[in-house]
Design a protein. Structure first.
Length: 496
């Protein structure tokens, strides 16, 4: 049988068309009474001629002067989440009182090159084909009321609501949960508001907790047993708890196999997610509403991963405290207190750590402050126990807006008369791009200060390290690089 050239082309086109995978969009129902909605933004997702309104949450900074909140009075942060495949247009429209102009609208992280386009009166849109978290800044002071667009990949699984092992929770309170949880291995929180009235220690038979998109669970989750998965597209909120009442999601040092995936943790009153123990995972999580000191973001101990997360924090965003920890593809918006990547508040033994593909869109450290716990990478060492941290890789780190400093590794601080013995060995900083302020303040430098000749640094390499667009070398490390390196450490620090 002979097929003409034109027929062959038609067959090939038909075959290719049959392989095209259609995109999908899933937004989530409006939250219910008592859940704060944004008074500034409306968000709509567009794909293939269809439009999908997406609910916009909001957190307000407290109007008081307590634990650093005075720096944020009057501010808000808003966020909207959806799941998708393919390509979408994200439309952001300003409500009354919020002006949105294309010319002064920016979308972070900047390295992805997302550009705002006109979308009608007081609105912009941008094209998106990559899952992740993006921050919209409307105008020069737009970070005062920023909007986080949470574009998640589609969910891969949900619990079977018909299974006798599943407890379906519909706008429940603590008493209802305690009366019905016995014997159930899976909890399914439906869209709606749930209140656990503070910390809830889940019994050992609970192995899965699913938060449906649109669900808001007030309270704190605590696990004293292994192999628990918390996942979905809903929210765990600390908005009804007292400051420092409890960590929002926590497991102790003798647990392992805890997975937290896909959810939002809002208005947390201490740590957002604190997984001690080992072999844990924090993936695609978002922390939002950090307005006070001790509002730390994430920690996961040995043999754990933290990936594809967005961290809004007003203390350490990510703590890297143990062996074989991997941090990948995270976006950080840092407030006034703490470090983006904290190595320790004491001398900790840790090895084989990798941190890759990190975007710091903003860090609001005080220009005139003398804080010793800040920087993208920080070691806060009030005392030292003589431990070794070795084989750390920091690669592909991007700082979008000017910050006070990138690095603070001071083992001795004369201004505080503290410090201690510690050893940093075989550290590599590769492909780092930093925007840094150039001020005449004492804290506007990158510090590398050992304790003494024995306790300090060995084989620390900066490779393709850029500050304000200039590659930092041995020749310009003090000028363009703003490094202050103690003479005892000079021979152990290399710029390539």
């Amino acid at each position: 049988m002979t097929i003409s050239k034109s027929n062959l082309v038609a067959v090939l086109v038909s075959l290719l068309a049959s392989q095209v995978v259609q995109g999908m969009v899933e937004t989530y129902p409006d939250a219910h009474e008592g859940v704060l909605a944004s008074d500034r933004y409306e968000v709509t997702i567009h794909q293939d001629g269809q439009s999908y309104p997406a609910f916009v949450y909001m957190s307000k900074a407290p109007d008081d002067d307590f634990a650093g909140s005075r720096f944020h009075i009057g501010r808000t942060i808003a966020w909207s989440n959806f799941s998708f495949t393919g390509t979408v247009w994200v439309e952001i429209k300003g409500k009354e009182g919020q002006t949105i102009k294309v010319d002064d609208s920016l979308i972070y992280p900047s390295r992805f090159g997302l550009k705002a386009e006109p979308a009608g009166e007081n609105a912009i849109k941008f094209r998106l084909s990559r899952a992740g978290q993006y921050v919209f800044r409307p105008g020069e002071n737009g970070f005062d009321h920023g909007l986080v667009i949470i574009a998640d990949p589609p969910e891969t699984s949900r619990p079977d609501t018909e299974s006798p092992n599943t407890l379906v929770c519909k706008s429940i309170d603590r008493a209802w949960l305690e009366a019905n949880i016995e014997g159930k291995s899976v909890l399914y929180f439906k869209n709606g508001v749930h209140d656990l009235e503070g910390e809830y220690v889940f019994p050992e038979h609970v192995q899965e907790i699913y938060l449906e998109g649109g669900s808001v669970v007030y309270g704190a989750f605590h696990f004293n047993h292994d192999n628990v998965k918390v996942y979905g597209r809903g929210t765990v909120s600390g908005a009804r708890m007292e400051f420092r009442q409890d960590h929002q999601i926590e497991s102790p040092a003798d647990t392992k196999g805890i997975i937290v995936e896909g959810i939002m943790v809002a208005d947390f009153n201490k740590f957002a997610i604190r997984l001690l123990g080992s072999h844990n995972a924090i993936h695609w999580c978002k922390t939002l509403g950090a307005w006070r000191y001790n509002h730390d973001g994430l920690v996961a101990w040995a043999h754990s991963t933290m990936e594809y997360c967005f961290i809004h924090a007003d203390d350490d965003a990510i703590k890297i405290y143990d062996d074989n920890v991997a941090v990948n593809d995270c976006v950080i918006w840092h407030m006034q207190n703490g470090a983006c990547l904290q190595l320790g508040w004491e001398s900790l033994a840790a090895k084989n750590v990798s941190v890759r593909n990190i975007d710091i869109i903003r860090a609001e450290w005080l220009d005139e402050g003398m804080q010793s716990n800040i920087g993208v990478v920080n070691l806060r060492l009030p005392t030292g126990r003589g431990n070794l941290s070795e084989n750390f890789l920091f690669e592909n780190i991007y700082v979008d807006t000017p910050i006070l400093k990138f690095l603070d590794l001071r083992m001795k601080r004369t201004e505080r008369n503290d410090g201690g013995r510690h050893k940093i060995k075989d550290y590599v900083f590769r492909n780092i791009h930093v925007k840094m302020k150039e001020l005449d303040t004492q804290n506007n430098y990158n510090f590398i200060i050992p304790w003494d000749e024995e306790w300090g640094f060995e084989n620390v390499v900066f490779e393709d390290f850029y500050i304000n667009g200039k590659k930092i070398t041995e020749e310009n490390k003090e000028t363009d690089g703003r490094f202050r390196i103690d003479p005892l450490a000079e021979d152990d620090i290399v710029f390539k």
